[in-house]
Design a protein around this ligand. Structure first.
Ligand SMILES: NC(=O)c1ccc[n+]([C@@H]2O[C@H](COP(=O)([O-])OP(=O)(O)OC[C@H]3O[C@@H](n4cnc5c(N)ncnc54)[C@H](OP(=O)(O)O)[C@@H]3O)[C@@H](O)[C@H]2O)c1
Length: 278
């Protein structure tokens, strides 16, 4: 009854591994590069890449359930390999954007919806986990906070309810334990609606120093995104722009229903990550 965690070094994946270890469940951790494996002694580590089907049979050998990240280009082959290996359940870190009516065509949604569709038709039960906005997105501000105590924001009044990676992992762990898929696959958010400016204020409180917000326009924001795929950059800008208006942001009770407690507040997320901002 081994659970394979593909992406075990990821922010969410790491907490999934820890949760399985704490529960005493046999866990296998996969990484694309074995040299980067840094797990607790005794963790069974394998090399696997969702885009390299030949790496999958060994990783899946004797595995009952898998937690994995969304990789549309490898999903069909992964589904076949999981079926052959006798895997019973796949818990996929997908995206809440697949449930947002106005986001159906954006490339982030398409990538996650395609992965869900390919895996859903592959044989094992698929349970997608669908967070909408990760608190970890604020790590993108770490460099300018560290060097200048500044965050440059487009639409600083944009609202979202970001969720801590630990809460996402706990919802995934509930799914791996057989929780009702209708509950764990619902739109997943944090508890507090916060503007981007609010998030900066809470990071500043954790750091113990003021952090300035410098508002930038969308043209400047596109330049700052730099090398990003243009469709993805526009999808992110669309999300942020819509967060300034009616119906443009979401807060759900999914985490509370599944976990039986409130989601971790953003202030606690900021304290957990304060070393990255100092
Ligand atoms: N940003 C948001 O607001 C948002 C919203 C909704 C959903 N999401 C989803 O959440 C994800 C980010 O989660 P996170 O913060 O936990 O990610 P993360 O810390 O960046 O970790 C990503 C993990 O995925 C693994 N991975 C990537 N490509 C792989 C491949 N081809 N084969 C095997 N493993 C692969 C990486 O493995 P290695 O350790 O081997 O490199 C890494 O461990 C996004 O990619 C998106 O799907 C994000």
């Amino acid at each position: 009854m081994t659970t394979l965690v593909i992406g075990a070094r990821g922010a969410v994946g790491r907490h999934v591994v820890d949760g399985l270890l704490a529960a005493g469940t046999p866990v296998r951790a996969s990484v694309r590069d074995l040299a980067k494996a840094d797990f607790a002694p005794g963790v069974d580590v394998v090399q696997a890449d969702l885009t390299q089907p030949d790496t999958l049979p060994a990783a899946l050998d004797g595995v009952d359930q898998v937690f994995l990240y969304a990789e549309p280009s490898g999903a069909a082959d992964f589904g076949k390999a999981a079926l052959v290996a006798g895997v019973r359940r796949l818990v996929l870190l997908s995206s809440g954007s697949v449930l947002v009516p106005w986001a159906t065509a954006n490339p982030i949604t398409v990538e996650h919806r395609t992965t869900e569709e390919l895996l859903a038709g592959s044989g094992p039960e698929l349970v997608p986990i669908r967070p909408l906005v990760l608190a970890n997105n604020a790590r993108n501000w770490a460099s300018s906070i560290r060097s200048e105590r500044v965050v440059r924001l487009v639409h600083p009044g944009s609202v979202s309810a970001p969720i801590h990676e630990r809460d996402i992992a706990e919802v995934a762990l509930a799914a791996l334990s057989g929780a009702d898929p209708r509950e764990v696959s619902a739109l997943l958010t944090g508890a507090e609606p916060l503007t981007l400016r609010d998030q900066v204020r809470l990071i500043a409180a954790a750091v113990g120093e003021p952090i300035a917000v410098e508002e930038i326009d969308e043209t400047r924001a596109r330049e700052m995104f730099g090398v990003g795929e243009p469709g993805t950059v526009e999808a992110i800008l669309d999300f942020v722009r819509r967060g300034t208006g009616e119906g443009g942001w979401f807060r759900t009770g999914t985490a509370e229903r599944v976990l039986g407690r409130s989601p971790v507040p953003f202030a606690a997320w900021a304290r957990d990550h304060v070393a990255e901002f100092r």
